[in-house]
Design a protein around this ligand. Structure first.
Ligand code: PHE
Length: 370
């Protein structure tokens, strides 16, 4: 039986008004009423009662202050010949109530226990709560993705230090001290002769000096410059490629760049090499990629030029080859270096470079899905 909403256990447990009887029939009536009241109470579904409430039921019907005790006491009011009968009736009800109530209390206890177990139950088949595992930053992911096509093109992926000797960052690359070219890169000087590398081109010098020729290496990593504006942040990432071998020409460089960008964007993209100057390459060029937002017609991301500047390239300056111990009459090479962030922006369609570095988890998540 479900509890009616107006159910009140205390109502059901109220003691009968008349506790005493002086005749058998009167007693019978009282006993029947008591039996009915008990039947009503134990008809309640055990799960509707707390354990404490089931104790109240027990006390009420079988405890020391239950009407049964009063009735037993009132036996002395009975005529002697009826006393035995009356006693038997009371005892009969007593054992009935004790049995029923005991069963009821046990049922209440069992259902409370069941409820407790259910509440504590661990369901091993449930899916795990979402784990916040985190993921690579989109630009780190982009850097790794950019290295893939280069691996396929036969480049060995190498690494170099971010804390760099001035020599590898500058001198070895034909940028002597006091040379105006040093002003192209506003450098963080860490200690005498130590800098945070301003470009991954420093890895070129390491590769040539430590690996020798022929060379086909690529690297991606952090670079640092003291600048901060709409299109520059002080810590950014570059990707760098270097090939040194016999008979390397601009044609090799151009075809490598075409193949690289086609893989990066998943389709052939238009490249434009714009004549430029770098101390470590001669001739030098800027690499422009056709804007992938507007395909050349001009939009906000390409500042209405139709092109995005990705980095620099050129044939390795013979002075660099020589200062790295390579015979420039026998060997030639090309190199290119690009901002990973720039490529990521173009690939992901991001207008503001800084948004990549604001630590916006939503943005990172969104980009990670691309
Ligand atoms: N290191 C140059 C820069 O950071 C880019 C570059 C790399 C240019 C390799 C030519 C060759 O601007």
């Amino acid at each position: 039986m479900d509890l009616p909403t107006e159910f009140s256990l205390s109502d059901l447990l109220e003691l009968p008004q008349t506790a005493a009887a002086s005749s058998l029939s009167e007693l019978q009536k009282l006993l029947d009423e008591e039996r009915n009241r008990c039947a009503q109470v134990i008809a309640v579904s055990p799960e509707n009662l707390t354990e404490a409430q089931s104790d109240e039921v027990r006390v009420r019907f079988t405890g020391r202050k239950s009407p049964l005790q009063d009735w037993l006491k009132s036996l002395r009011n009975f005529p002697a010949e009826e006393r035995k009968d009356a006693g038997a009736k009371i005892n009969q009800l007593k054992s009935f109530l004790e049995g029923e109530v005991e069963r009821f209390v046990l049922a209440c206890r069992a259902s409370a226990e069941k409820l407790r177990l259910e509440r504590e139950k661990v369901d091993l088949t449930l899916p795990l709560p979402e784990l916040n595992l985190g993921s690579r930053h989109p630009v780190s992911a982009a850097a790794q993705q950019l290295l893939e096509p280069l691996r396929r093109l036969g480049f060995t992926v190498i690494d170099g230090p971010e804390l760099e000797r001035e020599f590898y960052n500058f001198e070895a690359l034909n940028i002597p001290a006091e040379h105006p070219a040093r002003e192209m890169q506003d450098t963080f000087f860490v200690a005498s002769q130590w800098v945070l590398r301003t470009h991954t081109s420093s890895v070129q010098a390491h590769a040539m000096l430590e690996r020798g020729v022929p060379l086909r290496v690529a690297c991606a990593g952090f670079t640092y410059r003291n600048e901060l504006d709409l299109t520059h942040v002080p810590t950014f990432r570059q990707i760098e490629c270097l090939v040194v071998d016999k008979g390397i020409t601009l044609a090799n460089m151009r075809s490598t760049l075409d193949a690289f960008f086609a893989e990066v964007f998943g389709r052939p993209v238009k490249l434009r090499l714009r004549s430029s100057y770098f101390p470590f390459t001669e001739p030098s060029a800027e690499i422009d990629v056709q804007c992938q937002q507007c395909f050349g017609s001009g939009c906000r991301s390409c500042k209405h030029t139709g092109w995005l500047e990705m980095g620099g390239c050129g044939l390795v300056n013979t002075r660099v080859l020589e200062s790295c111990g390579i015979d420039s009459k026998v060997y030639s090479g090309f190199a290119f270096g690009m901002g990973v962030d720039r490529i990521a922006m173009s690939k992901f369609g991001i207008a503001d470079l800084r948004s990549l570095y604001e630590g916006d988890v939503l943005l990172s998540r969104q980009l990670a899905l691309r």
